[in-house]
Design a protein around this ligand. Sequence first.
Ligand code: PGA
Length: 252
Amino acid sequence: MGRVPIVAGNWKMNKNPEEGFSFVDEVQNLLLEIKHVSIIFAPPFTGLFEMNVHPPFYSAAQNCHWESNGAFTGEVSVSMIKECGAKYVIIGHSERRHIFGELDDWINKKLKAILNVGLSPILCVGETIDQRDKGQTEQILYEQLDEGLRGITNFEDCVIAYEPVWAIGTGVTADNEQVRLAHSAIRDILKNKLKGSDDVHILYGGSVNSANAEDLIQIEGVDGFLIGGASLQLDSFTSIARTVEMVQEKKL
Ligand code: PGA
């Protein structure tokens, strides 16, 4: 049947619970016609509890801790996230890696904890501009996936987000060929590492907006988007979702 495209909105540290709940209600009402795309909302933890989503709409946390409970001030466990009704957990976002110093080893522990409770990870990978300029993009993707997925052999209902760090929040997207090559490199790495890797989605993230979505979604190997800024506004988020739905409908 192929992979159902995903449009995921990463709200980062934006929207209080009330704003989030009404945004989610409005998006679901505006997108009643969506049949061929999964839509994911990733609010801050405070907006996750009792978020009223119905398939094909889902919720996601933006982070988690790998232990199930204990003295870890400021952290939230995967079972707590699951009890809020979320299906996905974003891990390894570049802001977590670069602002908060997350290591691949922690990301790997988080990933295992997520799979253990039956949730799905959205594992973010991507190179900095420095690494790209030095020709290290593929090597960085390999290292982040190799270490992030260490000990994992079966990773079916999971998502990878390719997010070049230099394209996040900058208004600059990777060009079509850069995206195609990175997605194909990731697909090859997954094939060598995992059973069932054909089911793994590979999303693109980094300055996706309603003007570039139609072009980006048609790049070979792009199974959807992880969106920051443009996921916060009704107009842009619903327009991107409709674009992905339209392109997918044409393929079916
Ligand atoms: P952006 O963020 O769409 O604002 O570039 C993407 C992300 O951080 O996931």
